[in-house]
Structure formats: C-alpha cells, structure tokens
Design a protein around this ligand. Sequence first.
Ligand code: ADP
Length: 761
Amino acid sequence: MDFRSLMKALSSEVNLEILAVLRTGAFHPRELARILGRDESDVSRRLRQLERLGLVEGRWERDGERNVRVYSLKVEEIKISFEPEGIKANIDSRPFYETSKVGDDVPEVDTFVGRREEIELLRKCSEGVVVIYGVAGVGKTLLAAKAFPDSFWYRVSGVEDFEYIAWHMGRFLNSRGYGLLLDYMRSGQREEREVFELILEGIERTSSVIVLDDVHKCQDERLERLLTFLAERMKRGKIVVTTRVKPNLGTRGVLYIHLKGLKPEEAYELALAKGVKMDVGRFAEVYHLTAGHPLMLNLTLEGLSREGRIVKDNLFEFLFAEVYSALSSEEKEMLSLLATFDDPVEYEAIKRLYGEKRAFSVLYSLLRKGLVERHEESYYLHELIRSMVGRFSKPNPKYLLMYTDYLLEKNDPASFLKAFKYAVRSGEKDRIKLLTEIRLRRFKWVVNDFPNVYMKLLMEAGDNPYAKNEIGHIHFQRGFFERARKIWMEVKDELDGIHLADAMSSLADVCMELEDMECAERYLTRLEELMKELKDPEVRLWYYVERTKYEFYRENLEGALESAFEELKTLRDLEGFPELEAIVRLHIGDIYLGMGEVEKALSYYDEALRIAENYGLTFIKFLAYIELGKAHYYFKNYPKAVEFESMAVEYFREIRNYRHLVEALGYRAVAYLGLQRPSKTLEDGVAMIKIGQATNYPLSWGGYVFMAAAKAMLGEPFEEYLTLAKKHLSDNPYLYSAIIEELSRVFDVTKLQQGAFSERA
Ligand code: ADP
C-alpha cells in the first residue's frame, strides 16, 4: 500500500463520509450503505480498501445464523510531514512514503483462475531470471501480475531501445534508494558493460523484482545480452520476462516456463466466473476448440449466447467475427479508436477523442466482453484483438492528431516521444514541423537522453527536412561532426523561422568543432541576422551560446565574457532551464580563470554549485567541484583543491564518466605536487594512464607528464615518462603545452623541458 493510494482514498467524498460515520461506532456494510444512500457492494469494496490502508478495521461478528463483518475506525489522526526523503504520511506510526511514480503499475488482476503450479514455481524459484513464454493471449501477463504484485512493471512497446529501458530502470532504482545508474545515464554515457553492472548492482542492493512484459517486441539485442548477464550473477533480485518467443539465455540461473492453455477444470472455473452456465457436453466442445486458451475462451463464452455454428478453421477469426457483428456501432467505433494506437490510451484521452458522454459505458461493456483490457487508468486492445479490428474497420486519422495534442499537454519527454510516433503515422508534414519546434524549445535533452528512440522515429518520417535537421543533432551529439554538417548543409534551404535559426547555430557549432573558424563566423553572422529578425529569446540564447564559444576559441576573452552575460540575461527571460543556468555560470568561471581573475571565477563556480544543489542536478554539482578544485589550485590553496577534486574523482569514477574523471585526477595530481606529496601524484598519474589505455581519451596521457614531474621531485629518472607523454600526445601539441602550463603553477617546468616539442604555435 502506498502513499498515493492513501491520498486517493482520502480525496474521495464517499470515503470521507464513510470515515465520518464510523467515528460514531461499528457498522455492518449494509447499514452503512443505507445511511449513506449508496449501493452496498460499493460500500463493501470501499471498506475493504480502507481496511487495507489501515484506516478502518473489520472483525467478524455472529449475527444469528451467520457471520457478518462489521467495521470500525482504526485511527484518530493521520500526520503528513515533509522530510528529506519525501513526503511522509503517518498512520499510527505506520509510515506511507510518497516517492515519485516510475514505471507502469502492475496490471490489475480481477478474474484469475488456475495456474496454481506455475504460481508455486514462480514464488519458490531461486533463479534470478524467469522467462514466461507462450502464444499471444495465453495469459503470460496476467500470470506475472498475479505472481509478482509488488514488482516494478515495464511494458515493452517496441519503439524503445535498450537505453530507454535502462533509463526507466535507473529511475525506478533511484526511487528505491540506488542512484548510480540514473546518474550514469544522466551523464550521457552508455558503455554497455557498465550499464549492465550498474543494473545488476542496483537490483541486488534493493532486492527488486522487475517485470519486463512483452519482450518479444524489443528489437534491441542488448536486452537479451543483459538478461544473460544477470542470469549468471543475480542472487537477491529478480527479473521476470514475458515473451512469445523463447529467448536463448543459456541455462544457468534461468527458469523457463512454457505457458499453455488452461486445464479443463480451470477453464470451467473461468466460465463460471464469467457467469456462463452450460452443460458438460457443450463445455467439452468449447474446451476442445479453444484448447483452454484464455483469450479465445473469453471470446467463445461471449459468443455462446448467440446462435451460430463454430467452424474449426480460423477459429479465432470466426469467433471474433461472431462477436464483432453483434456489437453496437458505438462499440465498434470505440474498438476502432483503440486499435489506432499501440499503447494503452488514457481514459481522459478517450473521453476527448470519443466524446465524454458515452465513453465510460461503452468501454465498460467492451471490458466485460473481454474485448478491451485495462491498465491503470488506460485502456487498450490485446494484440490479437487489435489485429482483428484492423481487418474490420479503418482507423480514423483524426484520432492520431487529437491524441498527439493530448500527449503534448502532459509535457514530459516520454509523452513527447509517443506524440512524435503518432504524428509521424498521421503523415501530416506540418505536425512534424510543430513537434520538432517543441523539441527545440522544451525538450532540449531528448537528443542526449534518448538518441536511439528518437532517431528511429525520425527515420520513419522519411524525407521531411525538419526531421532531418533533428537527425543532424543526434549525429552531432554522438561526435559524428562531418555527418552532421553534411545533413545541415543539405536541409538548411528548406527550413524557415526557428528551424532555420537552429540549423545556422548548429552549423556554426559544428564548424568550430571541426576547427573551421571561417565557416563558423559565416553562420554566426547569418544567425545574428535571424536573431534580429525573429526576436525570439530562444534564438537569442543560441546565438550567444555560439558567440561565447567562438570568442573563447579565438582567445578573445573579453568578447566571450560579454556574450556569456547575454546568455545569462536571455536564460532569465526564458526561465526553467536550471541545467543551462548552471552550465553558463561554469563557462563564465572558466573565462574569468582564463583572464586570471580567480576570485570572480570562484564566485561563479559557487553559483553554479548552488543551482545544481537546489535543483538536485548531481552531475553538474560534481562538474562544479572540478572547477572549484581548479580555482583553489590557482589560488595555491592545495588542500582545498585536493578536497574538491577528491569528491569529483569518487563520483565520476562511480558513474564511470572517464572524461571528467581524468580532469579531476589531473587537477588533483598537480595539487599533490603543490603539497609536496609526489607519491600521491604518481598514483593519480597511473590512474590516468590506465584510463588512457582503455579509452584513448587524449587528456589521460597527461598522466605521464605528472608522473615525470613527481619522479623529478623525488630525484628519480623521469625522462622515460616524458617521452611516453610526447609520443601519445604527438597529435595534440596544444594539449601538451596546456598541460605543461597547468603544471608550471606548482613546478619549475624548465627541469623537464630540455626536449619538449613544439611549444604553443
Ligand atoms: P498474454 O500476455 O499471454 O498475451 P494476457 O495475460 O494478456 O495474455 O491474457 C489474455 C486474456 O486472457 C486477458 O484478457 C486475461 O485477462 C485473460 N486471462 C489470461 N489468463 C487468465 C487466467 N488465468 N484467468 C482468467 N483470465 C485469464
């Protein structure tokens, strides 16, 4: 039982009335129903819910011949307090925590028959990975929901790739107190093996059960690799997979359950539960036809009330046609609506698309007939039913557009991606234009966070220039600069407005990355014109971001500073981008540091840190630590520098972000020289080299320079290390001299420099 259920229960008028009445004594549900003027079964249901929440308590009383359950109030007060770990509600010292909801709720299990052996097997098994496989509609999902009601549920929809799933796991594990996976994902890294390790660690530490429903839909083979990886190692947690296709995950640590139709007695139980009565002969026929397949049974039972001969070929189609033809036109319309989407559709959205008045009763009737499924507050068709409906009716494209509107109002990245999918399906070019604009303005991080999912959707949009412009962004983020430049060059003439401005700013950016400053300047000029023309703060921001970078590269620090302040000003107008607010401040700090204004640099780094802390931006907080350590190093406050860099080292090592880890190690290494502790410098140098060997990230080779200095300080031979540094950095003479320059703050570098190559050209 969770916080939300508690709050939801308390937000119901009827429940509050019930609680108020119970204050006066113990009541039987019927009596209570009479007092309240409500249906008895509804009141009973509410009482059971309130009992589960610990608000009321029931006890059996003898009433003449029979036992009746009477209810009374169990608590006097509920206390709600705001604590660091979340909002906390206390009922009789039983805490209910509010954690932000992640993942899907476990599907509701209303009618469930049989499967006792399977449930027994599932509850007892010691394997870390469980695979439930079998044909569509045989009951895999329902079985998993029944056996693992407290799991984290993830329904594979088919558009996502492995990263997307890893994000969701990260959010889930974070809500259970394990934050490293999420931090790792947020830092933009995606090393497969490391993601696997973090998932393993997270599930183990939190002893979680994760259900991945419909894994056959996932196209990404990394998911299968993850499962194999986990199977061999997991001890305390569990991953449950439902799929139509048995995956090959090896034999170690995996329990495979091949789910088949229900047994005759179970099938009979289902018929009874559905309120269908029939003689044994008739039942035997039905069972024989359906082989106990529950979805088919449901359809057959539904169709039984009508006449009609059952044909054995294409049984399912026949059954469906039988049932379908008996539906009202309203029901058919609802099926056609739901068949348009491959995700569950929220009740709120259905009301809007279908019309508020009849939505509920039509849905309810379809639900009862087993044609529609419910998941939380959403409704959907089982895939078998969906493909059938597709044969009987054409989807109405207006539903696609109306639903994208609905999704966009939700204003979160996952809904944005879903909206994008349906916008592409609608085939409306203008929709894609609108959605890419929304992405540029509101969902800036989608290209970093979900590059693969977004890429897949963009590819489906075909020859649309707005979509291609976005593809350029993904290439850019991945470091394919030439490819990105080519795309932007191709599409720029087909774009207008903010899209054109985006292409110009992107081109300026990519030209700088490719060290083509003339080209960068050309696009920057064009972007400036557009900024004046469009008067759009977003474009203004882009312009100044690029301008700052451009001036910094050209070592015009005054110019860079001026432009960075314009960025800040614009961000203030835009509001709501704390990440950018913090990052711009870090840049300003860097510029001041370049100018030798260490004091000012420090104050900007501090501000960035404060923002990061206020908004819980862990990653940026530690970036700020690196910079603060650097500033203290410049101040010759070496102990403080070591302190900041040590925190950063620990964090970036944990989230395995080597780029920043190397930076932090580098500054700590030189700070140790300042403290006259060369042996510590040697250690950090070795760590840097190890990273270099694994990643070939250029700055890592600076480790050799620092080791050389440490050796020299110890009076030991150092030439060998310097030679190695030069060898590895022969393509990066700038970097080499930058490293020497940083070193020169604590160390007389002339001692090393007999053979240093090409000083700053
Ligand atoms: P799958 O995941 O294998 O495609 P589902 O779990 O979605 O199948 O089940 C298909 C339909 O059959 C659902 O409507 C479900 O409620 C019903 N069903 C499946 N198993 C049972 C069961 N054991 N008892 C009652 N109904 C069941």
